[in-house]
Ligand binder design. Structure first.
Ligand code: 2E4
Ligand code: SF4
Length: 314
């Protein structure tokens, strides 16, 4: 059986930075450090940081006064930031800079007196964070159909922003529907969808042309990973989202001559390697990596962790 690995796949710069932040905070301040929400949506990552002394909580009231609190890569609302201040927590912000950029953009549109529309999935932590970063409220929509239901004050004073991990194609449809109904609306086109999401989607599209089945390594609550599986499926390739090799069902391989493997931005490559090993245990395989761009994006750490030696957290 032919096995082809997508390129690029797996960790993006925002995830590497977020994991680095937790590791450096543990080294600098010593355990425990508290992390609000899974630092990224991956059980393997969370478990290994927990083993080093990170304590994961869903809300800040679970963090004792004055302790270190790290915000996850998905970002937080203003309310969470002010709660942290009032509890005198020492905050280290692991929000991906590309999520923060969307927050800044949303606030800029609001400051221009525009009503802001967010294209994203309800209940996702990034969406909750972005909604809570734009003063005056924000309309949330997720499909082109939602556009018809929007009720706005002034159709000439509108802007939109998007979640960073959406399907590029679906988002283009939603933006077109917005522009049809509100020709004066302004926004970033699909540029809020980050480079890593766009590159992994392009790669899985290419991979879909080469294989009979695709395995996406990623967590069920990982937005970007779910989009990869959907894209492959939409292109007619049977596709499964699995967290690890244990979830690979040997029955899926019946009649399959070639398997493509990709991984969401939060899935470490060791999980990909374990899936490859399991395939190798089950069958004789020929392994290759598809041609694709090499990413060289790297984000700086927050100032508290970048400086030499121990510096007080914010
Ligand atoms: C922050 C923003 O957003 P998603 O559910 O895809 O997050 P995940 O943790 O799976 O991936 C990293 C990430 C974090 C992506 N965008
Ligand atoms: Fe940042 Fe994009 Fe990675 Fe999300 S997927 S953490 S927005 S680089």
């Amino acid at each position: 059986m032919k096995v082809v690995l997508a390129q690029p796949r797996g960790f993006c710069a925002g995830v590497e930075r977020a994991i680095d932040i937790v590791e450096k905070a543990l080294e600098t301040y010593g355990p425990p450090v508290y992390v609000r929400h899974e630092i990224v949506h991956n059980r393997h990552v969370v478990d290994s940081l927990r083993a080093k002394g990170a304590v994961f909580v869903e809300e800040l009231d679970e963090v004792p006064e004055g302790k270190i609190a790290i915000f996850s890569a998905h970002g937080v609302s203003k309310t969470v930031e002010t709660d942290a201040e009032s509890r005198h927590l020492q905050v280290i912000d692991a929000t991906c800079p590309l999520v923060s950029k969307v927050h800044v953009e949303g606030r800029r549109y609001a400051a221009q007196g525009r009503e802001v529309i967010l294209i994203g999935h309800a209940g996702h932590p990034e969406v909750e964070g972005t909604m809570g970063q734009v003063p005056g409220g924000i309309h949330l929509i997720s499909t082109a159909g939602d556009v018809d239901r929007l009720q706005v004050k002034d159709p000439n004073k509108l802007a939109y922003v998007t979640q960073t991990t959406l399907s590029v194609d679906d988002t283009r449809d939603v933006i077109e529907a917005l522009k049809r109904r509100f020709p004066a609306i302004v926004g970033p086109d699909t540029k809020d969808i980050c480079y890593a999401t766009q590159n992994r989607q392009r790669a899985v599209r290419q991979l879909s042309e080469q294989v009979d089945m695709i395995l996406v390594i990623g967590a069920p609550n990982s937005s970007n990973s779910n989009r990869l599986r959907e894209i492959a499926e939409e292109l007619g390739v049977r596709s499964h989202l699995i967290e690890n090799a244990g979830q690979l069902d040997p029955q899926w391989l019946k009649g399959v001559k070639s398997v493509g493997i990709t991984a969401g931005a939060s899935a470490p490559d060791v999980l990909v390697q374990e899936v490859v090993s399991k395939l190798r245990d089950l069958q004789q395989i020929s392994l290759s990596v598809m041609e694709g761009i090499a990413e060289n994006v790297k984000f700086r750490l927050p100032p508290q962790l970048e400086a030499n030696g121990r510096v007080a957290a914010k």
